[in-house]
Write a protein that binds this ligand. Sequence first.
Ligand SMILES: Nc1ncnc2c1ncn2[C@@H]1O[C@H](COP(=O)(O)OP(=O)(O)OP(=O)(O)O)[C@@H](O)[C@H]1O
Ligand SMILES: [Mg+2]
Length: 277
Amino acid sequence: MNKQIVLTAKDLSKTFSNESVQQHVLKNLNLNIYKGDFTVVMGNSGSGKSTLLYALSGMDRPSLGTITYFVEDNNRALKKTDGGIEISKLSNDKLALFRRNHAGFVFQQNYLNDSMSAMDNVMISGLLKSKNRRELASRAKELLAKVEINERDSRKFPTQLSGGQQQRVAVVRGVINKPEVLFADEPTGALNSQNTTNVLDILSELNGEGQSIVMVTHTVAAAERGNRIIYLADGVIADECDLGSYIGDYKDEQNPYREQAIERHRKLKDFLQEQGW
Ligand SMILES: Nc1ncnc2c1ncn2[C@@H]1O[C@H](COP(=O)(O)OP(=O)(O)OP(=O)(O)O)[C@@H](O)[C@H]1O
Ligand SMILES: [Mg+2]
């Protein structure tokens, strides 16, 4: 089955200039992201993973190169080239509009607004796109229930929730607008192991329902959730590994696919070892 490309990056370069020094972080990088994939980006600290994620998602602009999305959008202001929308050429306003409609985000720090309830944090994001408050509220409730935030907790302020609960709310906020791609930069980086598993389970579930995800991570346990692992080094994609979809925890004795899961885990470890990880 041919996978559909949701976004394509061509000859992407990002250079940071500090005083007299130029740092080339991304160097003519080429990459397709496919619909329905759970793509994981790994690489050493400072290799440019976050920089790549911010460029792909339109949060920052590349110095050179193009990023084209193949998504439905009837906004006539978003000019299409070859059937796609090239976001690197959009004005700031249009880029913000594009992001709001097509991209979702989860970060290591949840960046929830502490002055409003968990529910309102989700609703505010949703209302930027949808005007149907009722429909939105019901989707928000459904999603919050899915990540096990009950009604009472959804009325709390973020500071009244645990770190794990806050991050689950942040995931819900990331997907409330049904983005074509959910971008996550070390979404479990600040969580303990139980909460990490919990948030990863939610991401796996969303991906199982068709949500395309691009996630940066440093851990094997998180990477294992992906079906495609990309390894960044020296500003380019050094190599990638096709893992196949997640088939459950390889350590779980109740996992009916345990044998294959162990194989899959080995494949990932071997791949990372080859990269000198
Ligand atoms: N706004 C910026 N201005 C100047 N240099 C930057 C900026 N953002 C990133 N860099 C530099 O670009 C390089 C790549 O940074 P990036 O944050 O993409 O790395 P990373 O792979 O995400 O690392 P980590 O795993 O530690 O999060 C680093 O050397 C960093 O110092
Ligand atoms: Mg980073």
